[in-house]
Write a protein that binds this ligand. Structure first.
Ligand code: NI
Length: 256
């Protein structure tokens, strides 16, 4: 049993054939999916999929790249769904300094990040964190506004040293496709060093397709490639690794 803790079944590249995508993933052993939103519409679509499929859960929130397009009332409208039984996290939220260099935009991202952390705390939900070219700033905010119900550093791109900070905050590390890339030194080191009890796996599909399928649209079924690579890097039996990952994922999202 494998939990894809971060996928975008609600993305236009997957949504039109979601039935087949889920079926093929289940055949490959992926039994649970967290479908993650990035704005109001995608979050509402994540909830719809979670209502439609038993094995799909939803995360709702505003991604740092998408906060600039939020319309009046969007936040309030989405917030109403936080206590929906299949909504298990707030996300993805965070900072993206790769695409946004302007200090005013970065300030706005920080405000939205903090607002959504506090919202998750108020509603007893974990958070799904996106941090790109902003790992230290993200950690700084998390230290000041600590998530009270845990969360995950999705597609962790920080250093091995920074794992200590993440562990102190009680957060999980999400690893995905890059760990399989031939030239990806840091993700491989992180996979080797990270405490197995703080690790979860994810595809971020349709993005971050693992080696050797790079160049194709990623799908949850490809998660097995990520698991295989981590099992090799950690020199750990696949069965043991899968058991621990599945337990970690359910603990992260408060599922049985
Ligand atoms: Ni994502």
């Amino acid at each position: 049993m494998i939990f894809d803790t971060h996928c975008h079944l609600n993305d236009e590249k997957l949504l039109p054939r979601v039935d087949e995508v889920i079926k093929e993933a289940k055949e490959a052993g992926i039994t649970r999916f967290l479908c993650v939103g990035w704005d109001k519409e995608s979050s509402l679509n994540a909830i719809k999929l979670a209502e439609q499929y038993d094995e799909v859960y939803a995360a709702i929130g505003f991604h740092p790249e998408n906060i600039f397009d939020v319309q009046d009332g969007d936040y309030e409208e989405l917030a109403k769904y936080i206590d929906h039984p299949k909504v298990v996290a707030v996300g993805e939220i965070g900072l993206d300094f790769y695409w946004h260099k302007d200090p005013v935009e970065r300030e706005l991202q920080k405000e939205w990040f903090i607002k959504q952390i506090l919202f998750a705390n108020e509603h007893q939900k974990p958070i799904v964190i996106h941090a790109r070219d902003a790992n230290q700033e993200t950690i700084n905010i998390l230290k000041e506004y600590t998530p009270k119900h845990g969360g995950v550093m999705h597609c962790y791109s920080g250093s091995v040293e920074m794992l200590k900070d993440v562990q102190k905050l009680g957060l999980f590390i999400g690893l995905d496709g890059p760990v399989t890339f031939k030239n990806a030194k840091t993700p491989k080191e992180v996979a080797e060093e990270v405490d197995i009890n703080m690790l979860v796996v994810e595809t971020d599909s349709p993005y971050l397709t693992p080696h050797p399928l790079r160049g194709t649209i990623n799908e949850p079924k490809n998660l097995v490639l990520v698991v295989d690579e981590i099992s090799n890097l950690k020199n750990m039996s696949k069965k043991h690794l899968l058991d621990v990952l599945y337990q970690n994922s359910n603990k992260l999202f408060n599922l049985k």
